[in-house]
Design a protein. Structure first.
Length: 431
């Protein structure tokens, strides 16, 4: 067997891993030390993306800026905060405050300054993320972003924008060399350090989704970490908090699990017998219990036994009788293709619910596989999966714990472990 010394599992984009070998009397130059640094950096990036993955680790929330917020002119970017505005395009950060078109912000005064205070701006809070190449993106202190200035000129005809951040570097601390480079034309100063910083990206075009099943061994094409989508942006009006959607961000990990994002019944709610029949589709073939997923799942996994309806009989006395309600998948059917984003399950038997009953709904998520053949992460944490198309003032709407532990809503199923069982219930009672 021939050993080529190339780590096949590392993927085709990993450069040869060669480290400096010291010996007595060795002559070393700047190139040797640069290559030694590159070796350790590449090893660290490989471990990060291969063992842990990438995404937002903590912070990096996008928040509205009040119109009366006292910010410096030109969008409020401090000159030494280590970031630049990119306007959604690739490139190296230069560490200076920059417009999307490359022009520097001008001083504003009087009516112009007052008008600037009402512009569409958001604040990016401090935080930590890792991009798909394994680079750590550190935002210290946060920054304020003028969305209109940051947008490329050819994308300013949209009212929906995406805000993201990407890793960047810039040379700092210029110094004069003791000895001139024999190949150099002049003896100009050189930058002695490289500062790891970040670049703000704003675009009006919907960013692509990373659909790779294995993010370690395949090429990285999504170097921008998108943090929020902002709807109905008006350049002359402050951004409202309810128009900022941060569920587009990728949580840190090797892959993003498919989760349950919505159901058409209110967990723990009390329905009348007629309402329960209408919900279960007892007499209506177009009704039934609806479950929606965050991504595609395989339709051939939706088999008998994956969803189970159990009725626990109630009443005024002691009751312990239970029975299983027959049902079937009404959607998707065999003609809906290989994948689906949800299903509808309806009752097919004629058992009658009575006052005091409780209907238990079980979805065995471990048996439902996504596109990458991983099980749906189905744990119904706190019973917080939202009701599809429910109003905030609807009966049974819950207060408190509006956001999951990540601070980014709405709630979904899942704990990050994958699989498990999604459980929910509702009660039946005649008013």
């Amino acid at each position: 067997m021939t050993d080529t010394g190339t780590p096949a599992a590392a993927g085709p984009d990993v450069p040869p891993l060669r480290r400096l070998r010291y010996f007595h009397g060795q002559m070393l130059g700047a190139r040797d030390f640069q290559r030694e640094q590159a070796y350790h950096l590449e090893k660290a990036r490989l471990r990060m993306r291969g063992l842990l993955g990438y995404g937002v680790v903590c912070g990096l929330f996008v928040e509205p800026v009040p119109p009366d917020d006292d910010c410096p002119p030109g969008g409020g970017y401090p000159a030494d905060d280590g970031h630049a505005v990119d306007g959604g395009h690739a490139g190296e950060a230069d560490g200076r405050t920059a417009e999307a078109d490359g022009s520097a912000p001008a001083e504003e005064s009087g009516a112009e300054a007052e008008h600037a205070r009402r512009r569409a701006r958001v604040r990016l809070t401090s935080g930590l993320a890792v991009d798909c190449e394994g680079n750590e993106v550190v935002v210290r202190g946060g920054c304020v972003i003028d969305l209109w200035k940051a947008l490329p000129r050819h994308e300013r005809d949209t009212d929906t924008v995406w805000v993201g951040v990407r890793y960047a570097e810039r040379p700092v601390e210029a110094t004069r060399a003791v000895y001139d480079d024999g190949c150099a034309d002049t003896s100009d100063c050189e930058f002695g350090w490289t500062e790891e910083c970040y670049r703000i990206c704003v675009t009006g075009c919907e960013p692509p989704v990373d659909e790779r099943c294995d993010t370690c061994c395949s090429r990285c094409e999504h170097k921008v970490l998108w943090l929020a989508r902002i709807d109905r942006v008006d350049r002359h009006e402050p951004v409202r908090r309810d128009r900022i959607h941060m569920n587009v961000r990728r949580p840190f990990g090797r892959h993003v699990p498919t989760v349950i994002t919505g159901i058409n019944w209110i967990h723990g709610h009390t329905y009348t017998v007629d309402e329960a029949k209408a919900l279960l589709g007892t007499q209506n073939e177009d009704a039934g219990l609806v479950v929606r997923f965050s991504g595609d799942v395989r339709t051939d996994c939706l088999r008998p036994g994956v969803v189970e309806l159990q009725v626990i009989e109630g009443g005024s006395g002691r009751n312990a009788s239970t029975w299983y309600m027959g049902g079937t998948f009404a959607e998707p059917d065999d003609g809906c293709g290989e994948f689906t984003r949800g299903f509808r399950y309806r009752q097919t038997t004629r058992e009658t619910l009575q006052d005091g009953d409780r209907v238990m709904i079980t979805v065995r998520a471990a048996f439902v596989l996504d596109r990458c053949r991983r099980p749906v992460d189905g744990t119904h944490v706190g019973g917080r999966v939202p009701t599809i198309d429910a109003r905030a003032d609807a009966p049974g709407a819950r207060g408190g714990c509006d956001l999951p532990p990540s601070g980014v809503g709405p709630w979904t199923s899942g704990t990050g472990a994958g699989g498990d069982v999604f459980e929910s219930w509702f009660f039946v009672k005649e008013r």
